[in-house]
Structures are given as C-alpha cells and as structure tokens.
Ligand binder design. Structure first.
Ligand SMILES: *Cc1c(COP(=O)(O)O)cnc(C)c1O
Length: 224
C-alpha cells in the first residue's frame, strides 16, 4: 500500500490549513476498523448516510467523534440517531425538523441541522429551493423549536468535470447562505457552515467559501 488512510487525511488537512474549511470524513460502507484508523490519524468528524449503519458504528468509536448524517433521512429513523448525532446535514422539510426537535427534546439534547439545497443540474439530487427554505424559516412552528438548531447550509454539486459549472453551483449555495444569514440568522453566530465539496471537487468548493468538505473516496479509495 503506497497511500494510507492516515497519509490521505494528513494531506487533505494540510490543503485545508489556512482556509475556512474543515474535513468531514465520509465513512459510509467502510468497516469500523477503517474508521478507527481515520480516528487515529486525527479525524473527528465522520459522515454516514444510513441511520442504522451509523448507529451500529457509533458505540465502537470514542465519544468525541462528531457524527454527521449526510443522506436523506426518513422521519421514522430519527429516533435511532437522536441520542448521539451531532449534525443532520440533510434537512429538507419542516416535518423532519419537527421530528428532530421532538426526539432531541426527549433526550435533553440539541441537534444541529444544515438545510440541504438542490444546487445540481441533475433532477435526482434532493434538496430544498430557496423559496421552500424561506417558507419553513418564516413559519410560526419553526420559531417554537428549541432542540434543533440550524447551523448552515449543505449542497451536492453536479457530477461533472466542468469547473465553470461547479463554481456556479457552489456560488449559488454560498449566495443562499449569505441571504439566509442576513435575513433570519443575524443574531445567530452558530449559523456559520457551508457544507460543500466532495472528493472530486473539494478544492473548488473551498475556493468558493466552503467551511466543511465531505470527503470519502479520496481517503479510503473507491467504495466496494
Ligand atoms: C458519499 C457522499 C460524499 C462523499 O463522496 P466522495 O466522492 O466519496 O468523497 C459526500 N457527500 C454526500 C452527500 C455523499 O453521499
């Protein structure tokens, strides 16, 4: 093996040093031993997209891991994660916020959430429009939530080598963040994250203001 998990994490962290971005290591599909290797290399933010898989891995890692859910989440799965999840990056409805608030309250916790926006050209990639997000944020119900805290925005760009298109999509998400921050979160310093950038495009995302890159295959190799 010429390039180990630790080497990859150290290289990416060195690339991010001096930028606004930090690394979320996307560990989905990989066995716990590899997560432990990443942890030993200093990784503390892990992203998983399946609630059951994340809930099974969580007890096998130290308690200072920040667990981030990065995939679409059904409301009936929230209770699996509520005791430990740090951030749910895929908030796409008021219904989901309501369930997270309820389950977090039961455990006396506050769970962070990112609003996921649809920024890609592909129809299949999920997420809110800006209008849908604003409707949620302006609703009376949203104002009542005490146990879910929105900490920023998230987006998945189109799978394309076209750098111009990628930059435009990242700029769109950055623009949404700026608008929401100025309109709904002026008094909320916790609303500070722009989660964008994956293995193939994180350098561009960082150049466009990402604060959180989600990187899997550039660390672990291709998923089996
Ligand atoms: C799988 C996944 C990633 C990581 O993708 P890589 O290309 O392996 O870095 C990032 N974000 C989301 C939402 C994902 O589902």
């Amino acid at each position: 093996m010429t390039s180990s998990i630790a080497d990859n994490i150290h290289r990416i962290n060195a690339e991010l040093a001096g930028t606004a971005a930090r690394l979320c290591v996307v560990t989905k599909t990989h066995p716990v031993e590899l997560l432990q290797e990443a942890y030993a290399a200093g990784a503390r933010c892990f992203g998983e997209n399946r609630p059951q898989e994340m809930a099974a891995k969580q007890p096998q890692l130290p308690t200072d891991v920040e667990w981030h859910l990065i995939g679409q989440l059904q409301t009936n799965k929230v209770k699996l994660l509520a005791p430990f999840v740090h951030t749910i990056q895929s908030i796409d409805s008021l219904k989901l916020l309501r369930e997270i608030d309820k389950r977090a309250a039961e455990g006396n916790r506050v769970i962070n959430g990112l609003l996921q926006f649809h920024i890609a050209a592909e129809e299949t990639k999920s997420g809110l429009s800006l209008a849908e997000a604003e409707e949620m944020l302006a609703s009376e119900e949203y104002q009542q939530f005490r146990n879910v805290r929105l900490t920023g925005v998230m987006g998945v760009a189109t799978f394309t080598p076209d750098e111009h298109q990628l930059r435009q999509e990242f700029q769109t998400l950055h623009g949404y963040f700026d608008h929401l921050k100025a309109t709904y979160f002026t008094d909320a310093p916790a609303f500070c994250d722009i989660s964008m950038g994956m293995s193939g495009d994180y350098a561009l995302a960082v150049a466009e203001g990402s604060t959180l890159v989600r990187v899997g295959s550039a660390i672990f190799g291709r998923r089996g």
